[in-house]
Write a protein that binds this ligand. Structure first.
Ligand code: NI
Length: 259
């Protein structure tokens, strides 16, 4: 079930069976010359929605589509929240849902720069509840980026090898091709500049520099990715694999014996 398509009595019924909720987190930022601005949000939401369509005990919240992405602000169309703002958005979303009875929050992430502020939000939520007098009931959190599920990770490496790179990746673009015809068929930038493994490691979690320097370093917006390898067929396989691994991990997280 998806929260934005549910009624409050349906949410109440869900809460009688499960106090867990799945929150996709994405971004609104350039994804190379052919990738969609909404790629990260679309992919995280599509995987979460697929998992929910196959398991009726999964409730999916609307995707958090605005996120920190200062490094892409030199490309038009990118919207960036300050990291602290995004973290506070997460706190307010969790507080609101917790007021209604939810206590287990699973974030499915589609954007590296979300990792630090979501962890920061979870830290502060825990601390506030511990320090409150009287102390508030504990909440639990899990944050997973869709590409880190083992079989999904193996599949993207098998399909693309070093061409996966780290931004406007063929895997994420493939998923958008599987769910939408909006990705232009001429998106395939012909040239490809692979990045050394050490550089990719240094940039993990989107540890990029100033947006102006970022655009100078990566003029077409891709970061070491050979987006031309993407296809809708790959996207469906990635979507299917990631949704299956997500559902299994979500189930372990909520520890629902009746599943
Ligand atoms: Ni992306």
């Amino acid at each position: 079930m998806r929260l934005q398509f549910a009624t409050w009595p349906e949410v109440e019924t869900h809460l009688e069976r499960s106090t867990g909720i799945l929150i996709p987190v994405g971004s609104t930022e350039q994804h190379g010359p052919g990738g969609l601005i909404g790629t990260d949000a679309l992919v995280a939401e599509a995987i979460a929605a697929r998992a929910a369509s196959e398991h009726d005990r999964i409730l999916v919240a609307p995707v958090l589509a605005y996120a920190p992405a200062q490094f892409n602000l030199s490309f038009p169309g990118t919207v960036s929240l300050r990291a602290a703002t995004f973290s506070q958005v997460v706190v307010d979303v969790v507080d609101s849902l917790a007021a209604g009875g939810f206590d287990a929050f699973y974030f499915l992430n589609g954007h590296g720069a979300n990792i630090a502020p979501v962890r920061c939000a979870c830290h502060d939520l825990h601390q506030r509840r511990v320090l409150a007098r009287p102390a508030m009931a504990p909440l639990k959190f899990r944050l997973k980026s869709w590409w880190e599920f083992p079989e999904t990770d193996a599949l993207r490496r098998e399909l693309y090898g070093a061409g996966e790179g780290m931004h406007a990746t063929p895997s994420e673009i493939s998923v958008t091709q599987a769910i939408s015809t909006a990705v232009r068929s001429d998106h395939t930038a012909k040239s490809w500049t692979p990045l050394p493994v050490e550089r990719l490691r240094d940039l993990a979690g989107d540890a990029h520099e100033d947006a102006r320097l970022h655009r100078a370093s990566f003029p077409d917006g891709r970061v070491g990715s050979n987006s031309a390898l993407s296809s809708a067929e790959h996207g469906e396989a990635l979507l299917c694999t990631a949704a299956r691994e997500l559902a299994a991990d979500y189930r372990r997280f909520v520890a629902d014996p009746a599943w």
